[in-house]
Design a protein around this ligand. Structure first.
Ligand code: PBG
Length: 327
């Protein structure tokens, strides 16, 4: 009989032993739930390609946030579907804009909730691009001005954190300066530093009604083949004053997450995006996979690769699963 000294199976024998040597843990505090605010009253409209996710009117979003908080969710990120859209994205920085109303309502219903605002223009522009368009081109500096205005109006409404996601060059610096000038030096910036042009955003564009009317976002979001460029993007946002860096999407970019983790000491977020959520949901609805186990395995892999914070439509379900395990 062979004499084995090393038997890794010794520590896999029981649930307690496995828990004792587990290297990565998910915690409810790591999870941020995205919510979508829309006009109207008593509106709760499920998104076809994202079962369990809804467009919510302001009254409903306040209730949804309160219920999520009671369940253990400590932070939300808000997106808005404005009544009307225009070339200047005026709904993005209107004092009574849809997202500004949603922030105020959540601040009122759950004062302890961490409120993050996605800072972008694509949900508010008539053409669906993330910036100002001229001659079919998205202009950088002109867009910065509107993004900065948007961030300030989100801060005025009560956001704790703004999260610029337009992938315009210099957006973190422009927003930091505008926030400071307006007296919001304590509002933090979670920058979508490494955001790839991804087909995994498909269902979100249904949820936020933000698909570009022409072309795509490849002239500003990153090419999915690039890893060195991700470091450069993270470096720029770090030097412009980002407080938290983000990589997005998450699961097909775990290598990027790991690299950014190893190179930067800022808190690191990963966005488990709409298409990542919907693919699990769809397979689960067909009965092909065990949804809860695939969800937990996926979120754990994102933590293992180095994310401190995970933005996920699964936040509530993951917290329930953690609770059932007694964590
Ligand atoms: C806004 C924005 C998008 C997402 C987050 N912020 C869409 C996009 O860039 O097209 C995607 C989130 C998701 O897919 O869940 N620019």
């Amino acid at each position: 009989m062979s004499h084995l000294i090393h038997r890794p199976r010794r520590l896999r024998r029981t649930p307690a032993l496995r828990a004792l040597v587990r290297e990565t843990r998910l915690a409810r505090e790591d999870l941020i739930l995205p919510l979508f605010a829309c006009p109207g009253q008593n509106v709760r409209r499920e998104i076809g390609s994202m079962p369990g996710v809804h467009n919510l009117s302001v009254d409903e979003i306040a209730k949804e946030a309160a219920a999520a908080y009671d369940l253990g969710v400590s932070g939300v990120i808000l997106f808005g579907l404005p009544e009307t859209k225009d070339e200047a994205a005026s709904g993005a920085y209107a004092d009574k804009g849809i997202v500004q109303q949603a922030v105020r309502a959540i601040r009122h219903s759950v004062p302890e909730m961490i409120v993050i605002n996605d800072t972008c223009l694509c949900e508010y522009t008539s053409h669906g691009h993330c910036g100002v368009v001229r001659d079919n081109e998205v202009l950088n500096e002109e867009s910065l001005e509107l993004l900065a205005r948007t961030a300030v109006s989100q801060a005025e409404a009560g956001a704790d954190i703004v999260a610029p996601s337009a992938m315009m060059d210099g957006q973190v610096g422009a927003i930091r300066e505008a926030l400071d000038d307006a007296g919001f030096e304590n509002v933090a910036i979670m920058s979508y530093a490494v955001k790839f042009a991804s087909a995994f955003y498909g269902p979100f564009r249904e949820a936020a009604d933000s698909a570009p009317a022409f072309g795509d976002r490849r002239a500003y979001q990153m090419d999915s083949a690039n890893a060195r460029e991700a470091i450069r993007e993270a470096e720029l946002d770090y030097s412009e004053g980002a407080d938290i860096l983000m990589v997005k999407p998450a699961t097909v970019y775990l290598d990027i997450l790991k690299t950014v983790r190893d190179r930067f000491d800022l808190p690191l977020a990963a966005y488990h995006v709409s298409g990542e959520y919907s693919t699990i949901k769809a397979a689960a609805q067909k009965g092909w996979i065990d949804e809860q186990r695939v969800m937990m395995e996926t979120l754990t892999s994102i933590r293992r690769a180095g994310a401190d914070i995970i933005l996920t439509y699964y936040a509530r379900e993951a917290i329930k699963a953690l609770r059932n395990r007694g964590q």
